[in-house]
Design a protein around this ligand. Structure first.
Ligand SMILES: [Zn+2]
Length: 288
């Protein structure tokens, strides 16, 4: 379990060796058969990103990594808390599909509720594989706040931050070295599995937590806020969620807080996005 493991922050340095990064990057693109040299556009923000992985490979990796990460977890599959989480995830996933149909086309959405009341955490792997830890409800105190977290995590997958990070960090090379020509997560050596999980944003079970960059966080905040609003949840609850997170981090270490600082900049930015979010929310009738 996360709480009992020594989770260390790892900054994966780009291992360039004697070969410049861009040359090794091109090499990876050739190996993977990526003809466009990995230039893609993020849904919603239209930012250009370099991603040497195809959506299909990224989603397959997410699927395999999900099975591995969630395999030993104690899951909750019924009861009021499960029903609540299911309702929120269903609504958020539908909204994500409405707002970002192209980016979510190959997704096979799935969620798991992990019975771990001490762990304040949630993540979503490429392809829409969501995990919510029961400890998250210490910070997400109502359905709207939970929708904000789920929307944020799904947005990391929608914006393909995992594949982008793997490309930036040459983790694709690590992956290929570990897996040969295949893209199977299970066949990777332990170091490659660890690097992959860290890049995908769900490495706690592998002893590595690699925070997303500030720009990835801002992007996930923006997409996630609009998704929560389109799912019918009051987007203004996002500000309260982050205040709850900040209050909680003073009491005990929270996994999500270690990668998601609830600072003034973040809250101010959310407030700037709020008029548009409220517009989306009201257009959906103001309820889920
Ligand atoms: Zn995030």
């Amino acid at each position: 379990m996360v709480a009992r493991r020594a989770v260390r922050r790892l900054t994966l340095k780009v291992t360039r060796g004697v070969v410049p990064g861009w040359i090794s990057g091109v090499g990876v693109a050739v190996i993977l058969g990526v003809s466009s040299a990995g230039c893609t556009t993020v849904a919603g923000t239209k930012r250009s990103q370099f991603n040497y992985m195809s959506s299909a490979d990224e989603n397959k990796l997410g699927r395999d990594a999900y099975a591995s990460e969630i395999g030993n977890a104690k899951l909750i599959t019924s009861g009021p808390e499960y029903e609540m989480v299911k309702r929120v995830c269903d609504n958020v996933v539908q909204a994500a599909g409405r707002l970002y149909p192209d980016a979510t086309k190959g997704f096979e959405w799935e969620f798991k509720l992990v019975d771990d009341p001490k762990t304040v955490n949630a993540w979503c792997l490429p392809g829409g594989k969501i995990a919510i830890y029961t400890g998250l409800m210490m910070a997400a105190k109502n359905e709207a706040q939970l929708a904000v977290v789920v929307g944020h995590e799904c947005s990391h997958a929608i914006a393909r931050h995992g594949g982008e990070r793997m490309s930036q960090q040459n983790a694709v090379q690590i992956l290929l070295q570990g897996a040969g020509a295949g893209m199977s997560f299970a066949s990777l050596n332990p170091a490659a599995q660890q690097a992959t999980m860290a890049a995908l944003g769900a490495g706690a079970e592998y002893g590595v937590v690699l925070p997303f960059s500030r720009s990835h966080e801002s992007e996930a905040d923006e997409l996630g806020l609009f998704i929560a609003a389109d799912a019918g949840y009051d987007p203004r609850q996002a500000v309260q969620l982050w205040k709850n997170m900040a209050a909680l981090s003073g009491e005990k270490p929270a996994e999500w807080m270690s990668t998601h600082p609830a600072d003034e900049t973040r809250i101010k930015r959310l407030e700037t996005l709020m008029p548009k979010a409220i517009e989306i929310w009201e257009a959906r009738g103001g309820k889920p």
